[in-house]
Design a protein around this ligand. Structure first.
Ligand code: ARG
Length: 582
């Protein structure tokens, strides 16, 4: 048996190749290989059983033949369990070799890059609407999108981070109406100008709810804007500038950057090509004066139209999104586009993707791989969408400030003697890390309950727990006055049970990265890091590291420094900073 290092895919291939030379097996033997239950080994292959069943053969006998054919391997032991499962267990010698092979972040990057051919990808994320402040609902797209972009970066891909802000919507008719009526001076809204804009927007909404004539007026302001009337364009530009400044403030606090912030309005003069293309290929039709697309082959979208031009002739979200796909293909030569929004937009993106597929196919053009990475809602502790006590959406900036303030209480309790600068720094890293991690550690498709106590807890699947594990390992090296990674050549293979358990967990890291990228679900990485930190803790409690015996010590120090490396690499991918001391 010749099994190359850590990826289950290799194991899979080895097994198939061996099977093809073994009596009784044939081409349709397709084992499913996955990390095994602790009791059994590192990987388990299921597949002999169903295969044998299909051909009416004895599964255990077949499995035994296969094991014999696999032969001896110094890196892997294999045995048979139950009715026909194959269990693979790495040998301690292999674990040592693995740890020595992956000794820096570059080694992981290289392995990850080798797992998939690099591609050009656009990550469309955050994308708030202008004229409003970013509230808690925007945090998920912002953070999940950032982590996906980081992961793609790590994979050596060409990543464009694009913030597709909503700056061309119907909100402007209402807002312009309110601005004009209140005679507000946009140059002089004072300190919190974005909040003032929100108030104005609210006033505008009240106006149109009260009086039909205001509704008509708002509509005509919007039409004027869309036709490029100077005054309204001027107001619109100022509103966008104020909004963008307030968004950037949030991004800076969160450490998020973008390559492009083009926004919907950028595509407004590119929509004619959409109408023409869809009409030319008879993909759209007219319905009640609007231009719509039905997808007859689809259960729901056969009846539910995808409106690409409104009956008043105006473009909409769908039109600009179709134009955006074209732009990203033509100008950015994107091979993949990932859209990160909440789950309520699933229909929009399904219809968008179906429409784009038909259009691009009709033109014989290459269409990038499109995926909608959607997420659930953040709930308050009452299990309803999170709101302030006054029933308003929670402002993102306020949430971040509160996280830092709450972290500060914890930091001060632990280290009352710290100077103010260090106190601030640690509070920021812990507070923001906790917020990020709370969001990332949940399966993104689920709603989650936002709880301050839980996300800041030093125990459990939280950022502070992982940051604490990092600080603890760093302190071991500090005590020894050693740099992590030094003197590793002297290390020998793991011996004790907890050494082996920890080493075993380390080896899963590359396949966890791969799974996280495949499903675009950061919680896989979080869950793994949490398990790793827990295994480290068990190891540290049962096996003393700072012993006199130089062999034992070297062996255990290697485990410490690899755990540290993987925790830090993982947290870096999650955009979470760490501390040398906590
Ligand atoms: N502005 C939209 C919203 O707030 C999200 C935009 C997502 N991106 C896109 N290309 N449609 O819901």
């Amino acid at each position: 048996m010749q099994i190359s290092y850590d990826l289950t895919g290799e194991l899979d291939r080895t097994l198939r190749e061996t099977a093809s030379r073994t009596d009784g097996f044939n081409d349709d033997f397709s084992p499913e290989i996955r990390p095994a239950d602790l009791r059994f080994g590192d990987y388990q292959a299921n597949g002999v059983l169903p295969f044998a069943k299909k051909y009416g053969l004895n599964p255990r006998e077949m499995a035994e033949k296969l094991i014999e054919a696999l032969g001896e391997d110094e890196s892997m032991d294999v045995d048979l369990a139950g009715p026909g499962f194959l269990n693979f267990r790495f040998t301690p010698a292999f674990r040592l070799a693995w740890m020595q092979k992956y000794s820096s972040i570059h080694d992981f990057r290289e392995a990850f890059q080798a797992s998939r051919k690099p591609f050009r990808v656009v990550v469309d994320f955050s994308s708030p609407n202008t004229a409003k402040q970013m509230h808690v609902g925007h945090i998920r797209s912002t953070i999940i999108g950032d982590v996906i972009a980081r992961l793609f970066d790590f994979g050596g891909n060409e990543v464009t981070r694009d913030n597709h802000v909503g700056d061309w919507g119907t909100q402007f008719g209402i807002l312009i109406l309110a601005i004009k009526r209140s005679k507000s001076d946009l140059e002089d809204l004072g300190q919190d100008s974005i909040a003032k804009l929100e108030d104005l927007y609210r006033e505008g909404n009240q106006l149109i709810a009260e009086d039909e004539s205001f509704r008509m007026e708002a509509r005509s302001e919007l039409v004027k804007l869309q036709q490029g009337e100077k005054e309204n364009i001027g107001i619109w530009e100022k509103v966008n500038a104020i909004s963008l400044a307030s968004f950037l403030h949030v991004y800076e606090r969160l450490g998020i950057r973008f390559d492009d912030i083009l926004g919907e309005s950028f595509y407004r003069d590119k929509v004619d090509a959409v109408y023409e293309g869809l009409t030319k290929h008879a993909i759209c039709e007219e319905s009640e004066g609007a231009m719509v697309v039905f997808h007859r082959e689809h259960k729901r979208f056969a009846k539910q139209p995808f409106i690409v031009r409104k009956s008043d002739g105006a473009s909409n979200y769908a039109t600009t999104d179709l134009a955006t796909v074209c732009y990203r293909v033509e100008k950015l030569r994107a091979e993949e586009i990932v859209y990160v929004t909440d789950g309520r937009q699933q229909d929009h993106f399904s219809q968008l993707f179906l429409t784009a597929e038909k259009w691009f196919a009709a033109e014989g053009k290459f269409l990038p791989h499109l995926s909608h990475v959607w997420f659930g809602t953040i709930l308050g502790e009452d299990n309803k969408a999170i709101k302030t006590r006054e029933g308003q959406p929670v402002k993102l900036l306020d949430l971040l400030d509160e996280a830092i303030a709450r972290a500060k209480v914890i930091v001060r309790q632990k280290n009352p003697e710290l100077d103010e600068i260090e106190m601030e720094k640690r509070s920021r890293i812990i507070g923001l890390g906790a917020i990020r991690y709370a969001d990332l550690s949940q399966d993104r498709t689920l709603d989650y309950v936002f709880s301050w106590d839980k996300l800041l807890a030093l125990q459990g699947n939280t950022a502070p727990y992982l940051q604490y594990a990092v600080a603890r390992i760093r302190s071991i090296f500090r005590k020894l006055k050693m740099e992590p990674g030094s003197g590793e050549e002297a290390a020998s293979a793991p011996v004790t049970e907890s050494e082996n358990l920890l080493a075993r967990k380390l080896i899963y890291f590359p396949s966890v990265l791969e799974q996280t990228q495949r499903e675009l679900k950061p919680h896989h990485l979080c869950g793994y890091l949490y398990e790793l930190a827990t295994d480290f803790s068990s190891f540290y409690n049962s096996d003393k590291v700072l012993v006199d015996d130089p062999d034992v010590r070297a062996r255990r120090m290697l485990l410490c420094s690899r755990t540290l490396l993987i925790l830090e690499t993982g947290l870096e991918l999650l955009g979470i900073e760490t501390l040398a001391q906590m």
